[in-house]
Design a binder for this molecule. Sequence first.
Ligand code: ADP
Ligand code: MG
Length: 240
Amino acid sequence: MIKTTNLHKQFGKQEVLRGISEEFNKGEVVVIIGPSGSGKSTFLRCLNLMEQPTGGDVLFNEQSLLDNKVEINQIRQEMGMVFQQFNLFPHMTVQDNITFAPKKLKGLSDKESEFLARKLLKRIGLESHINHYPNQLSGGQKQRIAIARSLAMSPKVMLFDEPTSALDPEMVGEVLDVMKELAKEGMTMIVVTHEMGFAKEVADRVLLMDQGQIIEQGTPDVMFTSPQNERTKAFLSKVL
Ligand code: ADP
Ligand code: MG
């Protein structure tokens, strides 16, 4: 579904991505781990061109995103993204947060919007909060709503950038549960996270990034029990 070939990204003189060639298949759940500053967020952001690569290519369903003819906004609609900071619109209700994009981009009516919001909220167990404002929600609830908001555009793949890192510990579980449900339903997911339990339970593959490259990858089983690379061993010894 997504393929990168020799992907490079520089900020000024700093080389942040140093040649990443990787594929993500339909239905796969891939967890990306690695030290802070290794380029994980930049890599995710290059996948939907929130960052412009400085070399190499990104293909989405075999189409190069760097091709001038590509409607990048169309493609972005098919790639949901959830960040560490939930970025809900503070002045909008939960329902309006969820349906803002599909109303604007797909022309949903008010009735269709409410139906969609209820359906998604039921899925994350927050239907009773449909008329709440973000400041009336806990961090975990906000992040679940942010996920529902992404799902409202019916994306083909979901990108998560440390979705639980800004949460109080007691709220991490409820967000991971929503993500596990999504994985079970067959969603294609690329997840940057430090939650090794999540990786063990749901990842098909774990990639380890270091200094702008993917230095090792494998099933969670193999990665966590018998990593080969010394840098992988050093990183895992700190987080496992
Ligand atoms: P990670 O998510 O693994 O912590 P990032 O992708 O956020 O790593 O950052 C990798 C490196 O790129 C860091 O050194 C960071 O300072 C730098 N970087 C990220 N975004 C920008 C930017 N917009 N401008 C300049 N440097 C950036
Ligand atoms: Mg990051």
